[in-house]
Design a protein around this ligand. Structure first.
Ligand SMILES: NC(=O)c1ccc[n+]([C@@H]2O[C@H](COP(=O)([O-])OP(=O)(O)OC[C@H]3O[C@@H](n4cnc5c(N)ncnc54)[C@H](OP(=O)(O)O)[C@@H]3O)[C@@H](O)[C@H]2O)c1
Length: 316
């Protein structure tokens, strides 16, 4: 049997988590750390990366496959001197489940008026607010990939009417779906908009005043709500803030921002109808990441095709 190929790790994750996960991963392989400046990476064939150092590709010129530490790969495609080798994105049940938990939590939080009740609690006000049911609301999910489709299924379990939009039309039982050309029709039916899109040249700035202005007004919540956990570069934050201020949007839940961390000066922090999480909707589990990468390396060396390879022409 041929020798197992060398792996280099360059993950800007918590060091302790990476160390712990590595103690049980990549059996029989040499594993190098890019953070070790003295490490000789010249024979490394695989890199498992999240926001790697720009020097990685110079130090490791024989790489054959890149494994992304996250589902999104926009940060890789923007790297200078990116070698023309397959990029595998991270697809895993734990990542998918965590994202759906976050999406359902946010949709329910706006349905059940969590921001308004949190304010009342701070002010010691005992007042019941009128309450629509999930079935009275249409949640429109933009991006029907691995994450979008799981969120759709779990939002439906909670009773929401769910519709979806993606580049190519999808067939999902019990869900009205739209392709690129049906965007306006999709938006006109949407009370709660969920963004689960990758960041590409086509999706950069897509959540702007024009799009937000096409969401349904006068639904069961009054004004529409915007939820985004895709990428911050897809939202035009000044437009989101203006829409929240002038009542075009009734609320928002944002996990991703144009610039991260979100500046302390951002007005979003203090808006009462806005829920903010620090790009934490679905963090990668490093053990699962290594398990996935290791299985794919073994399959690849056995002549099997790689799975979840990024299409560089579409950018995801
Ligand atoms: N906040 C977090 O913690 C976190 C965690 C993980 C991932 N993410 C983000 O979530 C994104 C989605 O992940 P995923 O695994 O679901 O990706 P995916 O499986 O690649 O799905 C992407 C979806 O977006 C659609 N899409 C892409 N470009 C489009 C365009 N220009 N117009 C319309 N639809 C378009 C695709 O359409 P087709 O189906 O037609 O291809 C597909 O349905 C990632 O790229 C990442 O940025 C965030």
């Amino acid at each position: 049997m041929s020798e197992k190929k060398t792996v280099v790790i360059d993950l800007k994750f918590a060091r302790r988590e990476v160390d712990e996960a590595l103690s049980n991963a990549f059996a029989g392989r040499t594993v190098l750390r890019a953070a070790d400046a003295a490490a000789d990476l010249s024979d490394a064939r695989y890199a498992v990366i999240w926001k790697p150092d720009p020097t990685l590709f110079e130090r490791a010129p024989k790489l054959e496959v890149l494994f992304s530490g996250g589902a999104g790969v926009d940060y890789i495609l923007a790297m200078p001197n990116l070698p023309d080798i397959p990029i595998v994105r991270f697809v895993d049940e734990s990542l998918t489940t965590r994202m759906s938990e976050w999406v359902v939590l946010q949709a329910l939080s706006h349905l059940r008026q969590v921001p308004a009740y949190a304010k009342q609690q701070r002010e010691r006000v005992w007042r019941e607010l009128t309450q629509p049911e999930a079935k009275d609301l249409t949640v429109g999910v933009m991006g029907l990939g691995v994450l979008g489709q799981d969120s759709v299924a779990k939002l439906k379990i909670m009773g929401f009417n769910v519709i979806g939009w993606s580049r190519s039309k999808k067939v999902i039982g019990g869900v009205e779906t739209f392709d690129e050309s049906g965007l306006d029709e999709f938006l006109a039916k949407t009370d709660i908009l969920v963004g689960l899109l990758p960041l590409t040249p086509q999706t950069r700035g897509i959540f702007n005043a024009d799009l937000i202005g096409k969401l349904r007004q006068g639904g069961a919540l009054g004004e529409p709500v915007f939820i985004n956990a895709g990428r911050g570069g897809s939202q035009v934050e000044v437009d989101v803030i203006a829409a929240l201020k002038n009542g075009v949007l009734g609320g928002a839940s944002l996990d991703v921002f144009e610039q991260e961390p979100l500046a302390e000066t951002s007005p979003l922090w203090s808006m009462e109808n806005v829920i903010i999480t620090p790009h934490a909707a679905s963090a990668s589990d490093v053990r699962a990441l290594f398990r996935n990468a290791e299985a794919q390396m073994n399959d690849y060396e056995a002549g099997q095709p790689l799975r979840h390879v990024v299409d560089r022409t579409t950018g995801y």
